[in-house]
Design a protein around this ligand. Structure first.
Ligand code: FAD
Length: 565
């Protein structure tokens, strides 16, 4: 009878334990978890703090007793594995009473997750400063809110969890400020899309401090006084630190297991570590990215679950199931917006030195004539020669999830923009359009690849020397008067054929409209009339305006989110 020990009892650990039991009824399975709870919904913690999930019990998928009974697993909570002796195949465990004992194993699985990064700043241990990783952190935050009724909160870090917490603290009636060292929130997406989120956050009343870092915290009579790295000060009652996590690879390292470049546990395609009998999954491991081939960390629940299932099979049946790698498909609710991404954004491709092109479109989530249609901003990145798809990111009020998911499936199977064009979506007016945003993104990308349209990106438009190019706004006169790009002349697309004499053929022509469609039509007209050097602004004025408006100019409900085609 095989004896399996699993270290860590949440996403990866509990999934592997259940799968082990399903495929081997006889094995002895011991799952050791240092916290008090197993198999809980860490992804739901921000929503419990915000009061959206009202009952604490709902966070727990299983408890130690029920899980143990159903899967015949020896679940030991409040016990911590202190060390692994791989030569003797033993783990040393600290029991709940502090005493230590050892347990032998045939196969060992490490699913120890990741730890929040806590910078060594003055005052970081002050009362009212929190991180959020587990139920115990959640209880502390909830208790603090219930007992101190904070009026102001500062979230440090604008990643997915930081933004979810900003929303949930706001939901509790707390005035929220957000500090982020980078110039944008949500690192996996590009600045242009992040700028739309910036505007949305500001519209919701969140104060943004972008490009700034927290330098120190000083408790005072009223609460906490924060100093930023530019000398600015902020007064608050609560601080939520969410500046990232690092893989919890301490046990593996001290056991002499090989770590990767990022100090996460190195595993092969069977999720096996450098020791044949020790496996590892989840946030604690690094794995090659399917597109770049380089090791990367992927702090997501889906991949942890997938790895856990296949690793259980490999522990029982031998090395058979290979992990294909994760492309990092993620989604978050940011107030009224849904923001999703998969694969590599333009900035990641730039960093990797991979040649790419991108397309950004703003189609409606469903047929425009059906009530409550709203725009989705969808950006894809791809190889300009082969059309291989590299990534997608999207935001909007509705329908983002299904577009990101369907593109992720294509991406995961190494698809190209041509596969987007072939997408067959279920369509009726309340759900989509006959030409779905996913297919539309493929068509626009194809137009660029075959040379039917030359793409101009918002940075190129911003940097263009106004004397050397002719910028033509092909929207209506009314739209032009409401706001336009500096230096532009207005020739509405419907008048263009009659006003060709106003187009300067000696200069590159930078065409734009609201979202890119009329610009494309105008560029076709010009090309068909013999004009050369015609470029169309990708994402149109809508994207340009968001990406170039400094946050201090973004005001509550400044701009209508509706966009004319
Ligand atoms: P975990 O689930 O963190 O489990 C690791 C466990 O190991 C911990 O319980 C820890 O106590 C235990 N442990 C560590 N060391 C020892 C030891 N020496 N002895 C015994 N036990 C030990 N992902 C998404 O995809 N979508 C989301 O919406 C999302 N939201 C999130 C929101 C929050 C607030 C958090 C914290 C995470 C979120 N994640 C989300 C990430 C996701 O939860 C993780 O990627 C996933 O839980 C990783 O699984 P894991 O098994 O590697 O680690």
């Amino acid at each position: 009878m095989a004896k399996h020990i699993i270290i860590g009892g949440v996403a990866g650990g509990a999934t592997a334990a259940a799968r082990l039991r399903r495929i081997d009824e006889q094995a002895e399975i011991i799952m050791i978890e240092k916290g008090a709870y197993i198999s809980y919904a860490n992804c739901g913690l921000p929503y419990y703090i915000g009061g959206v999930i009202k009952e604490r019990d709902k966070l727990f998928v299983q408890n130690a007793k029920s899980f143990g009974k159903r899967f015949k697993v020896d679940v030991r909570v409040k016990q911590e594995v202190l060390s692994i002796d791989k030569a003797e195949k033993l783990v040393t465990i600290k029991g709940e009473d502090g005493s230590q004992y050892q347990e032998s194993y045939d196969k060992l699985l490490i699913s120890t997750g990741a730890n929040p990064i806590i910078p060594p700043l003055e005052g970081i241990d002050s009362n009212g400063v929190f991180t959020l990783r587990n139920v115990s952190d959640t209880d502390k935050i909830k208790h603090y809110i219930d007992n101190h009724a904070p009026k102001r909160a500062v979230v440090v870090g604008g990643g997915f969890i930081g933004l979810e917490m900003a929303e949930n603290l706001h939901h509790q009636g707390i005035e929220v400020s957000l500090i982020e060292l980078a110039e944008q929130v949500m690192a996996p997406i590009d600045y242009s899309l992040a700028s739309i989120i910036h505007e949305h956050l500001i519209q919701q009343g969140v104060t943004l401090h972008l490009g700034k870092g927290l330098a120190s915290i000083k408790p005072n009579k009223e609460g906490l006084s924060l100093t930023l790295n530019n000398g600015e000060t902020l007064e608050t009652d609560l601080v939520l630190l969410s500046i990232g996590v690092k893989p919890n690879s301490f046990l593996a390292e001290t056991a002499g297991l090989e770590l990767g470049e990022s100090k996460a546990i190195k595993v092969n395609e069977y999720m096996q570590t450098s020791d044949d009998d020790i496996f590892a999954v989840g946030d604690a491991v690094e794995y090659p990215h399917p597109i770049t081939g380089k090791p990367w960390l992927n702090y997501l629940a889906g991949p942890a679950n997938r790895q856990a299932r296949l690793v259980a099979d490999n522990m029982v049946f031998g090395l058979k199931e290979k992990y294909e790698g994760s492309i990092g498909t993620a989604i978050a609710k940011v107030f009224d917006y849904t923001v999703g991404s998969t694969g590599l954004a333009a900035k990641a491709l730039k960093r990797e030195g991979i040649e790419y092109k991108s397309v950004t479109i703003h189609p409606n989530n469903h047929a425009g004539y059906y009530p409550s249609a709203s725009a989705i901003t969808l950006k894809i990145t791809f190889d300009p020669k082969t059309g291989q798809l590299y990534g997608a990111q999207a935001l909007g009020f509705d329908g983002v999830d299904k577009r990101i998911d369907s593109i992720a499936q294509i991406l995961k199977h190494k698809g190209a923009i041509y596969d987007l064009m072939e997408t067959e979506q279920a369509y009726a007016p309340p759900f989509s359009s006959a030409k779905d945003p996913v297919a539309l993104a493929g068509y626009v990308a194809n137009n660029i690849i075959i040379g039917k349209m030359t793409a101009l990106y918002w940075r190129e438009m911003r940097e263009a020397n106004r004397g050397e190019v002719q910028i033509i706004d092909v929207r209506t006169k009314e739209e032009f008067e409401l706001g336009h790009i500096e230096g532009a002349v207005n020739i509405p697309v419907d008048d263009l054929r009659e006003r060709l004499a106003e187009v300067d053929n000696d200069k590159p022509k930078y065409i734009y409209c609201a979202v890119g469609l009329r610009g494309y039509l105008a560029s076709n007209i010009l090309l068909a009339n013999g004009f050369k050097n015609v470029l169309n602004l990708i994402g149109g004025y809508k994207l340009y305006r968001s990406a170039t408006t400094p946050i201090y100019k973004m005001k509550v409900k400044q701009v209508s989110l509706e966009c004319k085609k």
